[in-house]
Design a protein around this ligand. Structure first.
Ligand code: PMP
Length: 335
């Protein structure tokens, strides 16, 4: 999701310093001037236009990704993180929605790098590829409609702003079910489920929502996967509990087993396990790692960010900036 949508900011968001000018100096990001890959070419944001009757706007018939690139200020390098895996997931989402992507995965990665270079970003960046039904027609369906594709990017900080840990509530909204609307695809329309849960949590004074599936088991956050830690075991819901098959989730599973040498179990999680867990962590491309310190007015563990979450956060922040040699192949240098 987009920082601008989350903060409810103005249409012309300026974040500084975010991009380098032709003199190499950092300058503020001006959205209207940003380069966007749109309808097969690089265009300025202000020159991208969508018609009011665009199908995806009315019926939620689009698929998207959220990818991050991390700025390494020492190397003055921008690292695009696991872009290949994100575009593979986009390709799976489009397969479910019977859409065609205009390029293969490698080409999409190359286009993203080109767009980032044009924007001369010198900060952490969030990248939003979107495949959508672009026909300007009335009629709910997937067939006999045009597909279109765009990639947009902007500077991006923390998605959940909770420096001392995240406070969550278990949402009264249930997670979409695979046979209602596929949870493993990132479909624009299904994000109304996330939005309902997130705003309910916000309106009740919490930072985030934890969403249960129809069967009452824990599924995920509003736009994050979830882990609980009990006695040194990392536990996370399996892919058949209506989760998005998260890339951060798979990164953390690998860090947990390979760097900490501890066990991971993928199994269904009961609601009250949240209340007795030693630690709870939400994770996602936007959220990165968000340690949870309170759920439904009960402290998680000691009610502060736990030692495992701290270790994972330290590893993750080095990893994504290309500082862990072993995982360098996940970090693609942009410049
Ligand atoms: N679940 C949902 C519903 C999400 O939107 C996201 C963010 N893409 C995630 C989980 C985490 O996935 P990832 O780590 O691949 O960003």
């Amino acid at each position: 999701m987009d920082a601008h949508e989350m903060s409810g900011g103005s249409a012309q968001m300026v974040v500084e310093p975010a991009a380098a000018g032709s003199d190499g100096e950092a300058r503020p990001f001006v959205r209207d001037e940003a380069w966007v890959y749109f309808q097969g070419e690089m265009r300025r944001y202000r020159d991208c236009r969508l018609g009011p009757m665009t199908h995806a706007l009315h019926y939620g018939t689009g698929c998207f990704e959220g990818i991050r690139a991390y700025w390494n200020s020492l190397e003055r390098q921008l690292y695009l993180f696991r872009a290949q895996e994100h575009y593979q997931r986009l390709s799976q989402s489009t397969r479910i929605l019977k859409m065609k992507l205009p390029h293969g995965v490698d080409e999409l990665v190359a286009l993203t790098v080109e767009m980032l270079r044009r924007n001369r970003f010198v900060s952490d960046v969030y990248i939003r590829p979107l495949a959508y039904k672009s026909s300007e027609e009335i009629g709910v369906r997937l067939h006999n409609l045009e597909d279109a594709f765009l990639i947009y990017a902007q500077p991006f900080g923390d998605y959940i702003e909770a420096a001392h840990g995240t406070r969550c509530m278990v949402s009264s909204w249930r997670r979409i079910d695979d046979n209602v609307a596929p949870a493993r695809a990132k479909i624009t329309g299904t994000y109304v489920n996330s939005a309902l849960a997130k705003s309910e949590a916000f309106d009740n004074g919490y930072d985030e929502a934890i969403v249960l599936g129809q069967d009452g088991h824990v599924s995920e956050g509003s736009a994050e996967n979830i882990f609980i830690i009990r006695k040194g075991t990392l536990i996370t819901p399996p892919v058949y509990d209506n989760i998005l098959e998260g890339i951060t989730r798979s990164t953390l599973i690998q860090l947990w087993t390979e760097e900490l040498g501890l066990p991971v179990v993928e199994r269904s999680i009961d609601r009250t396990e949240l209340y007795v867990a030693d630690e709870v962590v939400l994770c996602g491309t936007g959220a990165q790692l968000s340690p949870v310190v309170e759920i439904d007015t009960r402290p998680v563990g000691e009610g502060v960010v736990g030692p495992y979450a701290q270790q994972l956060e330290a590893l993750y922040s080095r990893l994504v900036r290309g500082q862990l040699e072993k995982y360098r192949e996940w970090c693609l240098p942009v410049y």
